[in-house]
Structure formats: C-alpha cells, structure tokens
Design a protein around this ligand. Structure first.
Ligand SMILES: Nc1ncnc2c1ncn2[C@@H]1O[C@H](COP(=O)(O)OP(=O)(O)OP(=O)(O)O)[C@@H](O)[C@H]1O
Ligand SMILES: [Mg+2]
Length: 360
C-alpha cells in the first residue's frame, strides 16, 4: 500500500461522517510527499501519506493503462516513476494532468469523501503559472464539494505548534518552512502573511545531493548512491543530538558486495544546511521584515519562531537552530516546532477546515 501509517479503505470511518454531513479535510500536495488528514471514527485524525509520484504500466491481459502511485511506484518502477511536483508546483499542463491523476488515485484508494470541506496548505512560491496549475488540480478534484479554501503552508504548519486548536491564528510570529525544494519564511499577524521570503538555494533536496557527494568522498570513490538513497540516509540517521555512524552494503556490479560505514557525510550536509538557513534568515529575511514592519518584527521575535516542514523533523534541529540564530543575531531568540513537523501543515489545514465547516 502507498500510505505509511493509515488504515486504507476504512469504510466505517468515512461512513459515520458522511451520515453526519460535511467532512473537514486537510491536504498538502508536497513535492516529496502528499499528506491528507481527516477525522476518524474515534474523534482522532486519520493521516494518509504518500510519496508524490506515480508510474503507469500496461495491464498484461487487457492492455489497459494502469496507475501506480507513491512508495509502490517508486520501488517497482524506478526507471519510469515521475515526481510531478519535483520543483514544488506543477510546472506545465502535463504535470498538472499527472497530479490530478495521482490525486484522484489516492482519494479513491483511501475513501476520502466527496462531501467534504477541504483546506489546502499551499507553498509560498513566486511562480504564478505553477500556482495556477495547482489551482486547477484543486478545483477539478472530486473532493471538497462543500467548500475549498487554501492557506499558506507555513501558517498551517504552525497551528499544531501553538496548541490543540487554532491559537496560531491569533498570534504574531515568524514561521520558517524547511521543505524539499524551498526554504520559506514569513511573519504572521493574526493569520495575515507579511514579508514572505522564499529561496530555492537552501533545501532538503540540496542536502540529499550533498550527502551523495560526501558519501563518495568519504568512501574514496568506492560508493556511489543516488539521491533517493541519500534522502533515506538523512531521514533515518540525521540527528543533532546523538548521531551514530551507520553501515550499509552495496552490491558490486560484477558480483559480491561491499560494506561501508558513514561517519561524516550525513551530518556535514545537514550542518551546512542549517548554517545556510540561519544565514538566509538572519541576513535577508529578518532585515527585510524589520524594514517593512518594524513593530511586527519586534513582537514576533519575542515569540518562538516556528519551524515547519520535513527538514524540521531532524532530532535536535530546533535547539540547534535557536542557538545558531541567537548567535548570528546577537540576541536570544527561541524556536519551536509541532511534534510531527512533516505532517503539521496538513493537520493545521484540517483544523481550519473543521472550523470553516462548522461556521458554514
Ligand atoms: N524524519 C525526517 N528527517 C529528516 N528529513 C526529513 C524527515 N522527513 C522528511 N524529511 C525531509 O524533508 C523534506 C520534505 O519536507 P516537506 O514534506 O515539508 O516538503 P514539501 O512540502 O514536499 O516540499 P516543498 O514545500 O519544499 O516543495 C525532504 O527533504 C525530506 O527528505
Ligand atoms: Mg512544502
């Protein structure tokens, strides 16, 4: 199955809601992963997660085109799997079409109800054509028949970091979204986004490329890994608190295998990433925010800065960020994150959806 930890096709859960009316759903279509949150039958959340990728194949008996998506597609069809949001948004009409197909497949496989109010967490990227393509995916999807809204990803991701409800919407704070294709920072004043800043230079994908290069160096050229493997190393092993060297084995093309140990490659890459992120914030984003909105800048820096996005999952990154940014700014700043930063934007979007459905 293509989802990490949800119970797929849990009919009972959806039925109890369809009987009662509109289901509030949160969605993030991310360049690496798509995450959907909706209520389950015990008043909790059901979270559906999948790699944002798909592959098609021809049915061997009927010749029909079949679709595979997520982890299954990545594992079984590495030669032709497509990551249609690789750059963060659907770049062209073809990729928008593929995204629609992918999204409908995941909706169907997980029984996401059509009678729903859906809030989408949308990346802040200055790419009007890409955003327009994303809008077409959202508008043409089968879910959200009652209501469709979108909110900035970093605002949505901050909601679970502030409390169990929508406290973040009443606050003034800075949010930093650490994603695969972008580093994004914005200030929020009661939900209003101020001084949005985005760079494609400091990213989770770049970390993966660095890890792949460093592994080659560290093994004196004996080991070449692809960026997918590098991402897995990062997700499993990167840790600012207690990183442990780890071993892996590669099969040699001529037969036999080679075992190697990685001591530095992963942490060198994430350390550089964090330094660069702190540098962009301290020397570009925050000065711009201070220039445009001096008062908001002061109020926001008295609050913890909220880290969101998948790269904020690395253990200890919040404390390390706090320390490095305080040093760079020469003043004490605090930072915080939701328990599950990679899911936080979707969970926040789902809470907004619940409120909007309730009010409508
Ligand atoms: N547990 C983890 N440890 C380390 N890195 C992680 C972990 N989980 C996810 N990541 C990394 O976070 C990044 C994905 O973050 P996120 O899901 O927020 O991105 P996205 O929304 O798909 O991308 P973007 O907004 O940049 O287009 C990837 O680089 C991924 O490898
Ligand atoms: Mg993102």
């Amino acid at each position: 199955m293509s989802d990490d930890d949800a119970e797929p096709g849990d009919d009972a859960a959806t039925e109890s809601w369809t009987d009662g009316g509109t289901v509030p759903v949160g969605v993030k279509l991310g360049s690496t992963r798509t995450v959907i949150a909706l209520p389950d039958e015990d008043g909790g959340n059901r979270i559906v997660k999948s790699l944002t990728c798909m592959a098609t194949y021809e049915d061997a008996l009927t010749g029909e085109e079949k679709i595979l998506y997520g982890e299954e597609a990545a594992r079984e069809y590495p030669d032709r799997v497509q990551y249609m949001l690789r750059s963060g948004l659907p770049e062209d009409a073809d990729r928008a079409e593929m995204t629609k197909t992918f999204f409908e497949a995941i909706i169907e496989a997980n029984d996401i109800p059509e009678d729903s109010g859906v809030v989408y967490a949308i990346p802040t990227i200055d790419n009007p054509a890409g955003l327009e393509n994303l809008r077409s995916v959202i508008e043409e999807s089968s879910i959200g028949q009652e209501l469709v809204e979108s909110y900035p990803e970093s605002l949505c991701g901050s909601i679970p970091a502030f409390g169990d409800d929508l406290e973040a919407i009443d606050e003034i704070f800075v949010a930093v979204n650490m994603g695969s294709t972008n580093l994004e920072a914005s200030a929020y004043r009661r939900g209003e986004q101020l001084a949005p800043f985005t760079t494609g230079a400091v990213t989770g994908n770049e970390v993966d490329r660095m890890i792949a290069n460093y592994v080659e160096e560290e093994t004196q050229g004996r080991v070449n890994i692809d960026t997918q493997t590098a991402r897995e190393y990062k997700e499993e092993h990167a840790d600012f608190v207690d990183f442990e060297p780890f071993t892996d084995i590669i099969q040699q093309p001529g037969g036999g295998s080679h075992e190697f140990t990685i001591e530095r490659s992963v942490m060198d890459a994430v350390n550089e990433y964090l330094d660069e992120a702190v540098d962009e914030l301290a020397n570009t984003f925050l000065p711009e925010l201070g220039n445009d909105h001096m008062k908001v800048y002061q109020l926001a820096l008295d609050q913890p800065i909220v880290l969101t996005g998948g790269m904020a999952c690395i253990p200890g990154i919040v404390e390390e960020f706090e320390e490095r940014l305080s040093e760079e700014l020469d003043r004490e700043v605090e930072a915080t994150a939701a328990d599950e930063p990679a899911d936080a934007a979707t969970v926040g979007a789902q809470r907004i959806a619940a409120r909007l459905v309730e009010n409508s």
